[in-house]
Design a protein around this ligand. Structure first.
Ligand code: SAH
Length: 366
């Protein structure tokens, strides 16, 4: 373990304090951030407008270390997936999804996940550990480098979504500073509408999020009633739909955007009937909500099947007719298991820490 401070883990205020602890002025932190985030440079000796002795002190006390790449895979549709090392036997994944008008990086917040959602392959491996702030920020930093971003170029990564492995609100402590770096003018300078945090519904943390950040919120709803949702998304047993929706409307009330996106994975014969669409519409009509229907992405051993396309469209049409905005998410990267819910960070045999689904399985860091 290195004793050096990884600068990718420090939002601006902390970087200023760190720079001050090295006996330098706070504006040096902004210069450093310019090298890190505007130019993608992590080597101190290349930061030529910093005094030589300051660079030497940085080299002793600090480092810029992004996660190490284990493998890279490219899909036929140009989606790209990186397997990144967490430690000797654990890994996590990030996915880049290029589109004509934008480029989205889907990043992970934890190695594995403890939420145990029935239809998600990440859940099957259990929870291993939280990613550090540096590992979360480091994914965006690394992807920019990997994708060949050069200073002055148009952005390659226009959107960041916390929709990879893990439950971001269960790693609140490390995710919040990362969001600051994403949004900071001196950081990646992304608009808050282009950074989306997706949660399975940790209600108390949604209230806390409203106090700390104003990024776009996506919520994995997946069912219109508590009986079904508790089966698909076990955290619902602790925080049922009514409480969850109240937290969502509160988040929007705090002026954190115009609407909440509700993700709804389409599982054949489970949650895709027209009556379920009508029930979903009753929950959401009249509220600042959008529904994003996600065709289920299968993985080995799953009991679920993807709803046929016409069923997905019919479901969407019921929502639209009821006045609820709804779209269907295009599946990307499924030929390399990079699609939603297919991320597993597979390396070797792993020691799984599985918290089980009998008790409500989530541990949240403060
Ligand atoms: N834990 C967070 C972040 C993961 S986001 C959350 O639950 O929101 C990943 C999105 O993909 C979530 O909406 C998740 O429910 C969905 N998903 C999981 N497994 C899937 C699968 N096999 N097919 C399609 N979508 C899936």
């Amino acid at each position: 373990m290195s004793a050096r401070v990884n600068l990718l883990g420090l939002p601006r205020a902390e970087l200023e304090a760190f720079v001050a602890s090295l006996g330098s002025k706070p504006y040096r932190a902004r210069q450093l951030m310019h090298w890190l985030y505007k130019r993608g440079v992590g080597e101190f000796e290349a930061m030529t407008d910093l005094a030589r002795d300051f660079r030497a002190r940085l080299a002793e006390a600090a480092e810029v270390r992004a996660p190490e790449i284990v493998t890279v895979q490219k899909s036929a549709d140009d989606t790209c997936k990186w397997l990144l090392r967490a430690d000797a036997s654990q890994a996590f994944e990030m996915v880049y999804i290029p589109e004509t008008d934008r480029g989205t990086l889907c990043i992970s917040s934890q190695v594995g996940c403890a939420l145990d959602c029935a239809f998600c392959s990440t859940a099957q491996q259990g929870f291993n550990r939280n990613l550090s702030t540096a590992e979360i920020v480091g994914q965006v930093w690394l992807a920019n480098r990997e994708l060949g971003f050069a200073p002055g170029d148009p952005r390659i990564i226009t959107n960041v979504v916390l929709m990879g492995m893990g439950e971001p609100l269960a790693n609140f402590r490390n995710v919040m500073p990362a969001l600051q770096v994403f949004l900071d003018d001196f950081g990646f300078d992304l608009s808050r509408r282009r950074v989306t945090l997706s949660t399975s519904g940790l209600v108390p943390q949604i209230y806390r999020l409203a106090e700390h950040s104003n990024v776009a919120l996506a919520v994995s709803l997946h069912a219109p009633d508590d009986a079904l949702r508790s089966r698909l998304v076990p955290i619902n047993r602790l925080h049922p739909i009514a409480e969850l929706l109240e937290a969502c409307w509160h988040y929007i009330d705090e002026r954190n955007g115009r609407s909440v996106t509700f993700e709804y994975v389409m599982l054949e014969g489970v949650n895709d009937a027209p009556a379920q669409a009508r029930a979903l519409a009753r929950l959401l009509a009249g509220h600042p909500a959008k529904v994003n229907l996600i065709p289920f992405n299968p993985f080995p051993g799953t009991e679920f099947r993807r709803s046929p396309e016409p069923v997905v469209w019919a479901f969407r049409d019921v929502l639209l007719k009821a006045g609820v905005m709804a779209t269907v998410r295009r599946t990307r990267g499924d030929d390399i298991d990079a699609a939603c819910g297919q991320l597993v960070g597979r390396v070797q045999d792993r020691t799984v820490v599985r918290l089980g689904s009998k008790r409500i399985p989530v541990q949240v860091n403060p």
